[in-house]
Ligand binder design. Structure first.
Ligand code: SAM
Length: 333
C-alpha cells in the first residue's frame, strides 16, 4: 500500500493512466504485450468508456510516432540515443522499443518517478518473466536505491521527486556516481507524459534547464510534453473541479488559452524549435483514414460532441534544443 501523504493523490493518477492503457489494449485500440504485467489483477479490470479509450489511443499513437522518428533520425545518423521518461509511472514504452525493430538505436532508457511508484514497478518487473527477460542477462540486472530502483545495461528505474532542485537529484542520480548513467554527447529525448501539470512551472523549468545545460556543448535534446490545457473555459473548469474532488491540484496548469502559445514552454527558455497540436488536431490530420476507420469499428461512441471537447483539452508539445547543429530540425513533421 502507498503511504498517505499530500502527494498520494498525484501518485494515484498513475493507476488511472495504466488502467486507461490496459483498457485501450483490451478493446484493441492499441497493442501492448506488457501493460497487463504492470496492473494488479489485470484480467479482472473492466474497460473504460469509449471516450477514454479513444483519447488514450490518439495520445499514445502520436507520442509513439514522435519517439519512432527520434529513434529513426538517430539511427540514420549512425548514433544511438537515450530516452529519459520523467514521471514514467507504469509506462511500457521501454519494453515496446526494446523488443521492436528500433531496439539497436537505444543506448539508455531511464525512468524517474516517486519512490513509492518505482518500488512498485521494480517489484512488478522482478515478478514478471516477460518484463524481466527484456532487461537482458539477469547477472547485469541490479536492484538499487534500497529496492526502489533497478539498473541494467540499458534500462534504469530511478526514484526521484522532480520538484527538488536538480542539483540535488538529477546531478547526483544521472550525472555522477562513478560513471554517469546519462551520456552528455548522445541525442537524448525527454518524455513528460501527464506530469508537468502537477509541478510548479519554476520546478519544470529548472528540470528542463538542467538538461539543456548538460547537453549544451555537444548534445541534441528533444522533449515531448503531453498535458491538459485550456482549463479556464467551462469544460476545463469541470476537469479541474473533478481533480479537486480527488485532492489533486494543478500548480503546473498552463495559463494559456490556445494551442499556439504552448511552444512557449520550450522557446522561452532557449529551445531551438517547438510545435504543439491538440489531440483533436492530431486525430483529424495525423492519423490515417485506415486507422480511423479501424478504430471506429471497435465500439459504439454515443458521446461524439463530448469526445471532441475532451480531445480539445489535451495537447502534445514537442521541442528541440540543438545549439551546435541543424540536425533534427525536421523532427515531428
Ligand atoms: N507518464 C505515465 C503515463 O503517461 O502513463 C504516468 C502518468 S501519471 C498521470 C503521472 C505520474 O507522474 C505519476 O506516476 C506520478 O507519480 C508522477 N509524478 C508526479 N509528480 C511527480 C514528481 N514531483 N516527481 C516524480 N514523479 C512525479
Amino acid at each position: 500500500p502507498q503511504s498517505q501523504d499530500a502527494d498520494s493523490p498525484v501518485r494515484l493518477t498513475d493507476t488511472d493512466a495504466a488502467l486507461a492503457r490496459l483498457s485501450a489494449v483490451q478493446k484493441r485500440y492499441l497493442e501492448d504485450l506488457y501493460i497487463k504485467h504492470l496492473v494488479p489483477r489485470a484480467h479482472l479490470q473492466s474497460p473504460r468508456p469509449p471516450l477514454i479509450n479513444i483519447g488514450t489511443y490518439v495520445r499514445a499513437t502520436a507520442i509513439d510516432e514522435l519517439v519512432f522518428q527520434w529513434l529513426q533520425t538517430s539511427a540514420d545518423r549512425g548514433m544511438r540515443c537515450q530516452i529519459v521518461s520523467l514521471g514514467a509511472g507504469s509506462d511500457t514504452r521501454f519494453w515496446r522499443i526494446a523488443t521492436g525493430a528500433q531496439k539497436h538505436a537505444l543506448a539508455a532508457y531511464i525512468e524517474l518517478d516517486f519512490p513509492e511508484i518505482t518500488s512498485k514497478k521494480a517489484m512488478a518487473i522482478r515478478k514478471s518473466k516477460d518484463l524481466s527477460a527484456v532487461l537482458g542477462n539477469p547477472a547485469d540486472v541490479m536492484v538499487v536505491h534500497g529496492g526502489t530502483g533497478l539498473k541494467s545495461l540499458t534500462y534504469h528505474l530511478i526514484p526521484a521527486d522532480l520538484r527538488l532542485p536538480p542539483a540535488d537529484t538529477l546531478s547526483k542520480l544521472l550525472a555522477s556516481e562513478g560513471g554517469a548513467i546519462l551520456s552528455p554527447t548522445l541525442p537524448t529525448l525527454l518524455l513528460f507524459e501527464c506530469v508537468l501539470v502537477y509541478m510548479a512551472p519554476s520546478a519544470s523549468s529548472a528540470v528542463l534547464k538542467w538538461f539543456m545545460d548538460y547537453f549544451s556543448s555537444s548534445g541534441i535534446l528533444g522533449s515531448i510534453v503531453y498535458e491538459m490545457f485550456r482549463l479556464q473555459d467551462s469544460f476545463g473548469r469541470v476537469m479541474v473541479e473533478n481533480l479537486k474532488a480527488r485532492h489533486i491540484s494543478l500548480p503546473g496548469a498552463v495559463p494559456y488559452p490556445d494551442v499556439a502559445s504552448l511552444p512557449g514552454r520550450f522557446l522561452n527558455i532557449g529551445f531551438t524549435a517547438a510545435r504543439a497540436l491538440t489531440l483533436k488536431e492530431i486525430k483529424k490530420s495525423c492519423i490515417s483514414h485506415a486507422e480511423l476507420e479501424r478504430i471506429s469499428q471497435l465500439e459504439l461512441v454515443d458521446e461524439v460532441e463530448e469526445l471532441d471537447l475532451v480531445l480539445e483539452h489535451y495537447a502534445i508539445t514537442w521541442g528541440l534544443f540543438a545549439p551546435q547543429s541543424s540536425a533534427g530540425a525536421a523532427w515531428g513533421k
